[in-house]
Design a protein around this ligand. Structure first.
Ligand code: FAD
Length: 369
């Protein structure tokens, strides 16, 4: 059945359908909505930012397009590969040429063995956020953007969702929470503070504690545009600090991705290390432009002075340090509370985050059947 037809029947049936709230339209939340698209479930996605895709983020500025969060997606499993290549449109999907080389803590560049250096790395011409947009387009869910969820509540044994404008939505039969662990823990703690039902308050508090145990790295991203060529010592499109002790964690040649930079322009993306960022995370990232440029220049052996433009991003929660206790999280299921996101997978990568969304969708489908 076509999606338009399916949507038509869903609207007709929606009065009688089970209702699901998904908090977060990053790739885990979107993958869950997408996976449930042909189920008789009325889905509402709540997203605090203006669009889809979360940390798989792209900006268009200064005549360029650049990925300031995740650099690329690697098809980490058959399910993710099938989503990318069989289900979603592939006309703007592009493989990134070149290799990822490494540098040590002293900044010495090394070419890894062939199997490590060449990557199965993919992005989209308009940026990695296209992935979220494409999944969102196929998922038949109502999306409320610029809607930050403050807490959940209870109404006649079902869940309500209250946003930071104090508007309450629902009720819903199930809720899937997908923000990074620290944000999910706060949301659950605020929910427990609001609930009047003693048993449910205890359960939500203990789920909040489980999620609160997961720590996240912070990272600053710096993006610099140049009207000249930045020289490099090999056919790499990215350099990764293998040992994790350098101030710089990643240097990417963003203009290697097709259709990103005007002719003749180079774009360098620098991600600072979690250790370097930790002590600066509350400061303005602009205060450290020189440190970022100098750190990357030393590694590249090429000057990054006098860019024509720059951009910065503070990722307070960039990637999980560890995974959650998934058995303890499963305790939420019979109350209709489900969890997905990279911290559930235990690794800050798009593919595994998508997997957690697909897994959560299967559990939600069973719960609501
Ligand atoms: C700098 C950086 C580089 C990276 N590089 C790579 C890479 O090269 N390859 C790779 O595979 N992965 C990379 N990653 C990791 C990858 O981006 C993430 O693992 C993945 O995108 C996580 O998806 P998610 O759905 O779990 O979370 P998110 O993408 O964070 O989605 C959660 C969503 O919830 C929303 N939200 C949060 N709180 C609320 C609320 N209260 N109400 C409503 N909405 C809310 C957020 O706005 C967000 O859209 C990188 C990440 C960063 C930050």
């Amino acid at each position: 059945m076509s999606h338009a037809r399916l949507n038509f029947f869903k609207v007709l049936l929606s009065q009688h359908m089970a209702r699901l709230a998904i908090v977060g339209a990053g790739l885990s939340g979107l993958a869950a909505a997408w996976s449930l698209r042909s189920h008789p479930i009325d889905i509402t996605l709540f997203e605090k930012s203006r669009g889809y895709s979360g940390r798989a983020a792209t900006r268009g500025k200064y005549g360029a397009r650049y990925d300031h969060g995740a650099n690329f997606v690697m098809p980490s499993s058959d399910r993710v590969r099938s989503l990318l290549f069989d289900h979603l449109p592939t006309d703007s999907l592009v493989q990134i040429d070149g290799e990822v080389w490494t540098f040590d803590d002293a900044g010495q560049i090394e070419k890894p063995s062939a199997s490590n250096g060449s990557t199965d790395s993919w992005t989209y011409e308009r940026g990695i956020s296209t992935l979220g947009k494409l999944i969102g387009r196929q998922a038949s869910a109502q999306t409320l953007t610029e809607t930050r969820v403050a807490h959940l509540g209870r109404l006649n044994g079902r869940w309500t969702v209250t946003d930071t404008e104090a508007e309450t939505h629902g009720p819903f039969d199930a809720v899937l929470l997908t923000p990074p662990a620290p944000q999910t823990a706060t949301l659950l703690a605020d929910t427990a503070a609001e609930l009047g039902e003693e048993t449910m308050t205890e359960r939500v508090s203990s789920l909040s504690d489980v999620v609160d145990n997961v720590r996240y790295h912070a990272q600053f991203t710096y993006v610099f545009g140049f009207d000249r060529t930045i020289e490099r010592a090999g056919p790499y499109h990215g350099l990764l600090n293998a040992d994790g002790g350098h101030d710089v964690a990643w240097i990417g040649f963003e203009h290697d991705k097709p259709a990103r930079a005007p002719d003749g322009e180079n774009i360098i993306v620098i991600q600072m290390s979690p250790d370097w960022t930790r002590t600066r995370v509350d400061a303005d990232p602009d205060s450290f432009l020189s440190a970022a440029k100098e750190g990357a220049s030393d590694v590249l052996g090429a000057s990054l002075k006098r860019p024509t433009w720059y951009d910065t991003q503070r990722w307070r929660y960039s990637m999980p340090v560890e995974g959650a206790n998934v058995d303890a999280l499963a305790d939420g299921a019979d109350a209709g509370l489900f969890f997905a996101g990279d911290y559930v997978a235990g690794v800050g990568r798009i593919g595994p985050a998508i997997e957690t969304g697909l897994d959560a969708a299967a559990r939600i489908g069973d719960h609501l059947a």
